[in-house]
Design a protein around this ligand. Structure first.
Ligand SMILES: NC(=O)CC[C@H](N)C(=O)O
Length: 345
């Protein structure tokens, strides 16, 4: 009897004071299940529901008052513009709700950086939004999902995460949505930011060491509330002996802009120069990016961008450049202004 009383009182007090965190589940490996505990890379993703994910980490209740909502149950490679907008609108609704202090999105890792960047550019609130996933399914030996989820809730519940833009928490690191990329297909330490993470979670405490400088969320000109749909923008991946067929097909399908995932500094083979010029002359924007995985692209460096009216990225990778260009095209079709948007974000 005495024991019951002792246990009940602190819990009642604690639950009144804890921040309210909503966990929006979308699927991915964090919700994956394998045939045996030795299956760390062969498994079915997106099968475990949000209630089970939360129940697997009882420590969450020490950090926050948590409730879950299943938005999707998919591998993140299946995100498309419509699904992204559905998710963004739900996050925005929750951020507008006075009884929500922060949001955690459980997500597959394959497109986590794209979802994070899109939300980072379009949400209109300082309330923390943290994406989290795992590289090993929930059934694996040394599954990384439970600690990642705990860390994500810890970050979302902390006032220091407010105003930092959308964050990705993986493997103890806290990354900015703008900079993070998945850079390993299998390793637990798959997520990296070119300029380093913003901070890390140490013993259940977030430690921030830097803040994003590029405009995001409340500082950005894009808003989820204004975007009914996104224009078609496609990525052309370069390789030796490439041909024009994918570009022609994208244009015939209605592409408004092509993201040139170029060699090195966004270079263009001599036998493709005329194809890009022709595409631009037909009204399709060309955005030169790099397939190298890191680094900026120099305007008028490897191509005559001024002459042919091309755009270059700053250092956004092709997938992020695709999203930024789609958002930018909802604002303007002036090349100079589009270029400014790439420098700015
Ligand atoms: N590690 C993962 O989450 C990959 C699983 C799946 N392809 C996804 O992105 O959802």
């Amino acid at each position: 009897m005495l024991l019951l009383l002792v246990m009940a009182v602190p819990f009642a007090q604690a639950s009144e004071e804890k921040p309210n965190i909503v966990i929006l589940a979308t699927g991915g490996t964090i919700a994956g299940s394998g045939a045996s505990s030795a299956n760390v890379s062969a498994y079915q993703s997106a099968v475990v529901g949000v209630d089970k994910l939360i129940a697997a980490v009882p420590e969450l209740k020490d950090v926050a008052s948590v409730r879950g909502e299943q938005v999707f149950q998919i591998g993140s490679e299946s995100f498309n513009n419509e699904r992204w907008l559905t998710l963004a609108r739900r996050v925005s609704e929750l951020q507008n709700s006075p009884d929500v202090d922060g949001i955690v999105i459980t997500h597959g890792t394959d497109t986590m950086e794209e979802t994070a960047y899109l939300l980072n550019l379009t949400l209109k609130s300082d309330k923390p939004v943290v994406l989290v996933g795992s590289m090993r399914p929930s059934t694996a030996l040394s599954a990384d999902g439970p600690l990642n989820l705990y860390n994500a809730v810890v970050v979302a519940a902390d006032p220091k995460a407010s105003g930092m833009g959308v964050l990705v928490v993986m493997n103890d690191d806290i990354h900015s949505a703008r900079d993070v990329t998945k850079s390993s297909s299998l390793k637990v330490e798959a997520f990296h930011s070119l300029y380093g993470p913003l901070g890390e979670v140490v013993e259940g405490q977030p430690r921030f060491y830097r803040a994003p400088i590029r405009p995001h969320t409340t500082q950005s000109e894009f808003s989820v509330d204004d975007i009914a749909s996104m224009p078609e923008v496609d990525v052309v991946y370069t390789h030796g002996n490439m041909n024009r067929v994918p570009m022609d097909a994208f244009i015939a399908h209605g592409s408004k802009a092509l993201i040139w995932a170029g060699f090195g500094n966004g270079s263009v083979p001599d036998y493709m120069d005329a194809v890009l010029e022709e595409a631009r002359a037909r009204g399709v924007f060309i955005v030169r990016t790099t397939r190298t995985g890191s680094g900026a692209v120099v305007r008028n460096g490897e191509a005559e961008d001024d002459k042919y009216d091309y755009i270059v990225v700053d250092d956004q990778n092709p997938a992020k450049a695709r999203l930024l260009m789609a958002l930018a095209l909802t604002k303007t079709t002036d090349t100079a202004k589009l270029q400014e948007i790439f420098w700015k974000y």
